[in-house]
Design a protein around this ligand. Structure first.
Ligand code: NAG
Length: 258
């Protein structure tokens, strides 16, 4: 029968060049693919970078340190001074005379930050410097009832970001920032309420004074009554009650009910 041998030969012919031929080359082909795998990662992922997070390592360092490649937000040229950082929440602790200031990094290379604090006129007080990972700092020595303007400044090798301070437009830099600049400015107001303890003291004092005055008035009143024998009482003898005038209903109504 010609059928079975031909089929066997066909099977062998298909299998024979395939199996011995492929085996020596297969490991090399797989090896090439494995070498290329790290160079072409799948979908690009953003680095775990938050420009407002305190102690945030710069994104470039995350990129070089991480096991997998990730994407960083674009930065302005290191040959130019940084954009102004964006001032965030300011939490005032009136009792301690301090305030915690937070900010967000600009889209620029930054080497360090510092804060400027204006009180009324005159030159600002300068704090810091803080390194590039820092996003919050404490202002100390604030007076109760005081009003201040605080600005956060970023600096790199090319210079420092602008901080308008309390001047005209200093606290409303929206619109003055160009494309890519911060949506809100680097400056803000810090208003310290009067010391709560002094308010409590004042309230207690006023209350005590009012209580003393009332007691004094009462004592004086009773003392007068005792001494003069209550001069008003004899002037009010019980006179016979006059007949009810017309129209006064309530005294008559019980009689009508009977
Ligand atoms: C930056 O400053 C913070 C707070 O002072 C500190 O904890 C951190 O170690 C500093 N980082 C570097 C890289 O110097």
């Amino acid at each position: 029968m010609p059928g079975p041998p031909r089929l066997l030969w066909l099977l062998l012919a298909v299998a024979f060049p395939g199996v011995p031929g492929a085996q020596p080359w297969a490991p090399e082909a797989v090896g090439e693919e494995e070498e290329e795998a790290p160079r072409t990662p799948g979908p690009p992922v953003l680095c775990d970078y938050d420009r407002c997070r305190h102690l945030q390592v710069p994104c470039r360092e995350l990129q070089s340190a991480g096991p997998t490649a990730c994407l960083c937000p674009g930065l302005s040229s290191p040959a130019r001074p940084p954009w102004p950082p964006r001032l965030g929440a300011v939490h005032v602790a009136a009792e301690a005379g301090s305030a915690e200031v937070r900010w967000c990094a600009p889209s620029s290379p930054v080497h360090r930050y510092w804060l400027l604090l204006w009180e009324g006129g005159g030159p600002p007080r300068k704090s810091g410097p803080f390194n590039a990972t820092v996003r919050r700092a404490e202002l100390k020595g604030l007076k109760p009832g005081g009003a201040y303007v605080v600005c956060v400044v970023a600096a790199n090798a090319a210079g420092e970001s602008s901080a308008p301070g309390p001047g005209p437009g200093g606290q409303a830099p929206e619109g003055s920032a160009g494309a890519g600049g911060p949506a809100l400015g680097p400056c803000g107001r810090v208003v310290v309420p009067p010391r709560p303890l002094s308010l409590v003291h004042a309230a207690v004092g006023v209350g005590a004074a009012l209580a003393l005055l009332s007691c004094g008035a009462l004592a004086w009143h009773f003392w007068l009554r005792e001494r003069c024998g209550c001069p008003r009482r004899p002037r009010r003898p019980r006179r016979p009650r006059a007949a009810n005038p017309e129209g006064t209903g309530p005294p008559r109504s019980p009689r009508r009910a009977n």
